[in-house]
Design a protein around this ligand. Structure first.
Ligand SMILES: Nc1nc2c(ncn2[C@@H]2O[C@H](COP(=O)(O)OP(=O)(O)OP(=O)(O)O)[C@@H](O)[C@H]2O)c(=O)[nH]1
Ligand SMILES: [Mg+2]
Length: 174
């Protein structure tokens, strides 16, 4: 899946507070370019800031392959950024917050919104905050995917842990 001639570009998406910015900060070897602003109210759990344009970081895989990491804003009012950020991308990592009110519905929303991109690339799904809520199981996500006729890797992860996030990148690209 990797073109050795060309760096890869992958997109981190998902709803507000799912952990996109945190995940890019966990693995980026450069200082992450942010567009965080203070939110006027708490938009999700104790989060005081939100991404309004994009996050950008980089990662070099063993063997020297360079990966550009782009994070989308989660808030739907900034969805105009989504097609801009996916242009020329090689794959999507979808983050879902297991402790949010309806992550299975969020999965539908994001898989539908990125359907055109997904048709020509690959997807890996990372479920965050499983330490906060274990109400929904990995098998529930897989069942909903199967009902959609889609099979993607789904992993429990903590976006604060670099090895968890790198595992998603490897599943997507290797
Ligand atoms: N307890 C717990 N906290 C987590 C986990 N993963 C991420 N977090 C926390 O959840 C929050 C995620 O915030 P962000 O990374 O800003 O979320 P985002 O997806 O970029 O959100 P927007 O930019 O607003 O769309 C941070 O406070 C993280 O520390 C996890 O697995 N468990
Ligand atoms: Mg963010």
């Amino acid at each position: 899946m990797i073109n050795p001639e060309k760096p890869s570009k992958i997109i981190f998406t998902g709803p507000v507070g799912a952990g996109k910015t945190t995940a890019i900060c966990s693995i980026s070897e450069n200082r992450v370019l942010h567009s965080e602003v203070k939110s006027s109210r708490h938009i999700r759990h104790d989060k005081k800031t939100t991404t309004v344009a994009m996050d950008y970081g980089t990662l070099t895989l063993d063997g020297g392959h360079k990966v550009h990491l782009y994070g989308t804003p989660g808030q739907q009012r900034f969805e105009f950024m989504w097609p801009i950020l996916t242009k020329g991308g090689n794959g999507l990592i979808l983050f879902l917050d297991n402790a949010s009110p309806d992550p299975l519905n969020d999965m539908h929303t994001y898989l539908d919104a990125f359907a055109q991109f997904i048709q020509r690339t690959h997807v890996v799904i990372g479920i965050t905050r499983c330490d906060v809520s274990n109400r929904i199981k990995l098998s529930d996500y897989k069942q909903v995917l199967a009902q959609r006729g889609q099979i993607f890797p789904v992993e429990k992860i903590d976006a604060r842990r670099a090895e968890d996030v790198k595992k998603l990148v490897h599943l997507l690209l290797l």
